[in-house]
Design a protein around this ligand. Sequence first.
Ligand code: SF4
Length: 122
Amino acid sequence: MNSEILVCIICPKACILNIEMENEKIISILGNKCKRGVDYAEKELTNPERALSSTVLIKGGVLPLLPVRSSKALPKDSLIKVMEVIDKTEVVAPVKIGDIIVKNVSNLGVDIIASRSMRKVI
Ligand code: SF4
């Protein structure tokens, strides 16, 4: 039997979760103030995911960088690979909020989308 300690990041209460595991299976979770803490711990220990926010270069825009984000959470172990794609991406103004900047990034079923609109410099 081994133990893990996680801080639940689902809400500002930040409960400290004490998790007992055996053969990579969760035996018990203590410290959560609601069921969402259990769901968070199970996900975090089996298939952790993170939403990703970054910027890409934009040509002809009023600013040199366009804020972007993932359309949904990505597997945590894919973030470096996705950032490599984002780093090489360049778009041309104008862009509307929600436009798809990279479709199905790294074949993960998640798009990288514009977090804001950016008009063209006149
Ligand atoms: S366990 Fe529930 S109350 Fe505690 S931080 Fe997570 S979501 Fe918030």
